[in-house]
Design a protein around this ligand. Structure first.
Ligand code: GLC
Length: 591
């Protein structure tokens, strides 16, 4: 099924940016041969500090068996695309057994593969192929909550109040005379109460969907089981872990539970209204013990396994998760949330680098992931737009200038890839994909839609299966399918943004990403410093990196003269015979 075509999302026809194009255009859906084979013998324990890591949302990447759901064998067949792109590693969102109440972040078994996505053997084949291509592999660990289908939760339901099985989760009696009221006023991040009642009258805590009961991290069995899970995947050869909701594991559950009043509905945003370490649910100081414990396990491997925390907490607290004796990295969501504005970007970049340096951590940068509106759309939303209201309007109010979004996305990506540290890419951004904002209500799968009583559409618009080919019922998402219907419908305009449509085409988003990663690789040194250069015009960022690499980004409305130097790469066409930087454009120069 496809949704109605929307007005043109054509990549603006742009003349060639610098850097030779890679492979020529292909007629067949088969991936091109990788152009780059990174050094397979590298055992560098710090490979991740300045890596480019590509997030795969497995259900939407490639579908080998044609059932409409992406799978591991599909990923394996498309790994060459990632090697050709030039990334260092691939991070897989959850592929574990799950009823998909939250897109796989509801895990029923932490040490297996969802049969619809393959088998452990398929996983091993995928890792071996990735390693053969010089790609590292990260898996997603979801320790805050399991699925309600997990054997432990099923056992807890059967075992009854006060049992050791219930102690692995957070069960409490309710308030009110008959316990008919939830034990506290806490809200779920997805909307509604964070408590769900079970038939015997007790309530359990779920910070996300009711199908995702929170685990009790004061329970030693829970801690031990996750040590086993870490070893299980590290033993299978994975190179690192992304830790889901890393800031929520430990909670202040002392009785009576502390109501949050006005802050209850804010999820982790409520942190801003509280002193550090004060929130009963998020970013508690005790959580760091867990990561210090995990670091010992990760370091027992050679090379040590890396890890990155998903922690939506302010920067100075976020880097604590990234200390060398903890996870090493934490996603920098402040950067993702910063508008395309030179002054604000400079502030966020400067403080992120200072915070990372002070903590001994590696800085990270990210613009898109499976939880946010894709940056090719987000950066063109008029200031003050409420993203939820915009999505509810099907992406029509206000109208978004797709060409502007793509121009800014290209410019902001080139800026990000020049920053010291590790960059995370999200599948499809290398195609300049915008958000699919007009998914009809009856196809939505994100639990946010139902849990908010249809007030928020949620995150499906960035999770639509990728277009690999111009044509075909599912634009090459499925290999085997004659009639495989992708689990989310793809819009008609995916055709012109497909890999096939961009492969070898000068000026395409795909060729820009390939060129940027290739040039970046040649420019990087072990020196992770950045120097702001004086005299930049308002709206312009200008900095240098070691080795004479200079970066100029124009976020303002006025063209500006470029400093002297040899242009290595530009995110769009330059003016004045290459001497003038137009608005919404970034350039890399060699001084
Ligand atoms: C993280 C994931 C998100 C998921 C949530 C609950 O924020 O990125 O997709 O819904 O955790 O697991």
């Amino acid at each position: 099924m496809t949704v109605r075509p929307t007005p043109s999302h054509n990549p603006p026809a742009e003349p060639a940016t610098t850097g030779p194009a890679t492979a020529g255009s292909t007629d067949a859906p088969a991936p091109t041969e990788p152009a780059i084979t990174p050094d397979l013998s590298s055992r560098d324990p710090n490979w991740w500090r300045q890596a480019v890591i590509y997030q795969v949302y497995p259900r939407s990447f490639a579908d080998a068996d044609g059932d409409g759901l992406g799978d591991l064998r599909g990923l394996t067949r498309r790994l060459a695309h990632l090697a050709t792109l030039g990334v260092d590693a691939v991070w897989l969102s959850p592929f574990y057994p799950s009823e998909l109440a939250d897109g796989g972040y509801d895990v029923a078994d932490y040490r297996d593969v969802d049969p619809r996505l393959g088998t452990l053997e398929d996983f091993d084949v995928m890792v071996a192929e990735a390693h053969r291509l010089g790609l590292k592999v990260l898996v997603d660990l979801v320790p805050n909550h399991s699925s309600h289908q997990h054997v432990w939760f099923q056992e807890a339901l059967r075992a009854g109040p006060g049992s050791p099985a219930r102690d692995r989760y957070v069960f409490r009696d309710g308030r009110g005379r008959g316990g008919e009221l939830p034990p506290s006023d806490w809200h779920s991040v997805f909307g509604g109460s964070a408590w769900q009642r079970v038939p015997d009258g007790q309530w359990y805590l779920h910070l996300f969907a009711p199908e995702q009961p929170d685990l009790n991290w004061d329970n030693e069995e829970v801690r031990d089981d996750f040590r086993t899970t870490l070893r299980f995947w590290a033993d299978r050869g994975v190179d690192g872990f992304r830790v889901d909701v890393a800031h929520a594991l430990t909670k202040d559950l002392t009785e009576p539970l502390r109501d949050l009043g006005d802050l209850a509905a804010g999820g982790d945003e409520a942190l801003e209204g509280m002193a550090p370490g004060e929130h009963p649910l998020y970013d508690r100081d005790e959580v760091h013990e867990i990561y210090r414990d995990w670091r010992k396990i990760l370091d027992s491997y050679s090379p040590p396994r890396m890890a990155v925390a998903e922690a939506w907490v302010p920067g100075e607290r976020r880097v604590l998760y990234a200390r060398p004796d903890e996870l090493g990295q934490a996603f920098n969501f402040e950067y993702l949330r910063t508008p395309w504005d030179a002054e604000e970007l400079r502030e966020v970049i400067t403080s992120a680098l200072e915070q990372a340096r002070a903590a001994g951590a590696s800085a990270t940068w990210v613009l898109s992931n499976h939880d946010v509106i894709r940056h090719a759309t987000r950066l063109a939303l008029p200031p003050g737009t409420d993203p939820d209201a915009w999505l509810l309007s099907g992406g029509r109010e206000p109208a978004v200038d797709a060409a502007l979004g793509l121009r800014r996305a290209r410019a902001s990506t080139l800026l990000m890839l020049a920053l010291p540290g590790c960059a995370y890419l999200y599948q499809g951004e290398e195609l300049g994909l915008p958000e699919v904002a007009d998914l009809p209500a009856d196809v939505l799968r994100d639990p946010i839609w139902e849990q908010t009583g249809h007030a928020r559409k949620g995150r499906d618009g960035c999770r639509v299966p990728l277009p690999w080919t111009r044509g075909g019922a599912d634009f090459g998402f499925g290999f085997a399918s004659a009639d495989g219907t992708p689990w989310l419908p793809q819009p008609e305009w995916f055709s012109e943004l497909s890999v096939e449509a961009q492969d070898g085409v000068d000026g395409s988003a795909l060729e820009l990403y390939r060129a940027a990663l290739r040039v970046r690789r040649g420019l990087l040194s072990a020196d992770e410093s950045l120097t702001w250069l004086d005299g930049a015009a308002p709206g312009v960022l200008h900095f240098s990196r070691p080795g004479g690499w200079q970066v100029v980004a124009n976020t303002g409305p006025t063209p500006v003269p470029l400093p002297t130097g040899r242009t290595l790469l530009a995110s769009g066409p330059l003016d004045g015979g290459g001497t003038v930087l137009p608005p919404d454009t970034t350039v890399w120069l060699k001084a």
